[in-house]
Write a protein that binds this ligand. Sequence first.
Ligand code: CU
Length: 672
Amino acid sequence: MRLPVLFLASAAALVGQTTTPLVNNPSAAERFVAPSDSLVARENGFWKRTIIPVPEGIVLEVSGILPIEGRRLLVTTRRGEVWLVEGAYDADPKPRYTLFASGLHEPLGITVAAKGGYYVAQRQEVTRLEDTNGDGRADVLETLSKLPIAGSYHEYAFGPIIAPNGNLRVALNVAFGSATQAPSPWRGWMLEITPAGRTIPIAAGLRSPAGFLVTSKGEWFFTDNQGEWVGSGRLAHVAPGDFAGHPAGLASSRLPGSNVDLVPEDIRDFAEPMHEVQKRLPALKPPAVWLPHTILGISNAGVIEDLSEGKFGPFAGQLFVGDQGQSKILRVSLEEVKGVWQGAAYPFREGFQSGILRLAQGEGGVMFAGQTARGWGSVGPAQYGLERVEWTQQTPFEIKEVRAQPDGFVLTFTSPVDRASAEDEGSYRVAGFTYLYHRAYGSAPVNRMACPVRRVVVSPDGLSVRIAVACLREGYVHEIRAPGLKAAGSGEALLHDTAYYTMNRFPAGDRIVPLDISEAELCMQPAATPPIVSAKRPVTAPSDWVNAEGEQSLVLGTLPGLKFDTPLITIKAGTRLRLVFRNTDDMLHNFVLTVPGRGQAVGDAAMGLGLDGAARGYVPESADVIVHTTVVQPGESDTIFFTVPSAPGDYDFVCTFPGHAQIMTGILRVTP
Ligand SMILES: [Cu+2]
C-alpha cells in the first residue's frame, strides 16, 4: 500500500528535483536579534543618533557616502541615483536633496576624482561623473574601466577607494548559488585601476567584501560576510598577492596579470581551522580579526578609520564597522605582531533604524551611517535611511583597547578602574574558540575552551589591567569578558563588557606568570566537537513502528525572509510522522516543536546559549522542547521520526537559530 504523503504547499514543487537550487537571496536574515532598549538608551547618552529625514518619493537605499566641502554629502543609492544632501549636519535637520545623477547600475561607493568630479563603481564599470556646466547635475558620465560581470545578482562591485599611489581600488563579490561562483573573471578579487583605466589584480579569496579601506598608515583591510568558506564575519588585511580563502577567485589565478600562485585544485574541503590549514598552505591568509557571527553582526559592511583626532571620542585611530543585518556599529583596534595584523573587536552602538551598509566621517568627527534593508530585512525595521552619530562629549566606562601579551592581554580603559574589582580574578572570563575553513556556509565556533585567569596586575593609574591566562592559543579568537569590573569613583559597570581578540601571533615580551608545564594537561584539546546528539532528534524510526516510514510523511520547507513555507500544519493526534525539514533558503535554519505557547520562550532560551549554542544546534535543554531537527545547511534537509502528541492543541514550532524565533514560527494543530 502506498503511504498517504502529505506534501505541503511549495514543498510539492521540490518533488523529483535532484539538486535544490539555492534561493536567489544571499542572506535573507539571521538578522532579527533585537537590541536591548536599556543598552541603546545608555549608548545614546554617549553617541547620539540623529535621523536625517528623507523626503517622500526618494528611496534612499544608501550605498555610498562622500562628505564634501560646505558640510554637504553626496549619497549614492542602490537604486542607481546620486543625491546631493545639504543640511545633514543641522541640529534639527531638514535637509535639501538635489539629484546629481541617475540611471546608474547599483553603484556601491563614491569618491573624489583627481581630474574633477567623482568616481563611482557600478556593477559593470567604474565611472567618472562630473558637473561641468555648473547646473548641479552631472553631465559627464565617463567610463574609466569596465568590470567583468556575468549577471549573477551577487556580483557586487564595491568601491572605489583612492589608493595612496593615486590609483583606484575596487573589490568584486563572488556570485552566489550556481555551479561556479566566478562566472566572470576576477570575481572575489581586489583590483587596482590606474587613472588610464588599466587593471592590476591585487589579491584573491574575497567572498563578499562589502567594505574596505586604506588606513592612514597605508594598510588595506576589507570586511567580509560569513558564507561558504568563510566561517564568520571578518576583517582581513590585504597585501598584493594575498589569498584570503574563498577559492572561487582562483579561477582567475591563471589569467595574465594574476599575482596569486594558488590554483583551484590547491583548495579542498579542509574542515579545519584556517590557521591550521595555513601551516601547510602558507599562501592562505587568515583574517586579522574575526567578527563573531550573530554577536558582532551578521553581514559586516562599511568600514572607516576614526581620523577625527578625538572629536568622535576616545577611540581615535580605531576602525568602525557597520553591520547591515543587525543595524549596528562595531569597533576594532589593530596591532601588528611579528609582521601579522591582528586585534580586537568590540560592540559600539546598536538600535539604528535600518541596516548599515556605509559609514563616513564628516566635519567635526561626525559620523554618518547610510542604510538599506536591501530586501533582506534588518534589525532596524526601516527599509532605508541616513543617520548621523555624534559624540556627546560624555565618555562611557569602556574597554578602550585590548593588546596581546605572550601570556594574556592588556586591557586599557577610557577611565580608571575601581582597584578592588579590577584585582579580583573573578571579574574576568576568558575563552578561546575558532572557526572551520570549509565549503559549507559559515561555521559554528569550534574548539571552545575556557582560559582560566592566572594573574591580574592593575596599573598604578588604574587605566590598564594586565591579565595572564592559561590555555591561550595561537590562531584562536579569545572572548574576553569583564562583567565584574567597575569604574573608580562612580562604580559603574562597563557599557560593553566583552571584546574578541584574534591571536594570530603571540607577541614577544615578558611574562607575568611562568610557563606552567601542567598547563599542557589542563588545556588538552577535547577530541573534536561532538556531533549534535539529542534524544529529541529521532533520526530513525522507533523500532516498534510497523512501517519504518511512519503513517504519514510531511515535507516542511523554508522561504526567504525567515519563514517556514507552511505556517499552519494540521494533523491527527498520535500520527506516526516522518518529517523532512528541507532548507531551501540561503541561511541556516532548524525546526523545533514545543509544547503549546512555549515557542518564544524556547527561542529566547536558545539565544541565551550564546557561543555554546552552535554546538547544541541552538536547542536549549528544556522540557518545553518536544522534538527538533539539526541546524540545516542551505540546500540540505534533516529528517526526524516522531509520534504526534496525543493531546489535541496548537503546538508551536520555531526556528531557534539566534534571532529567528521572533518571526520564524508556525503552528502544528493537533486534532482529535
Ligand atoms: Cu531560521
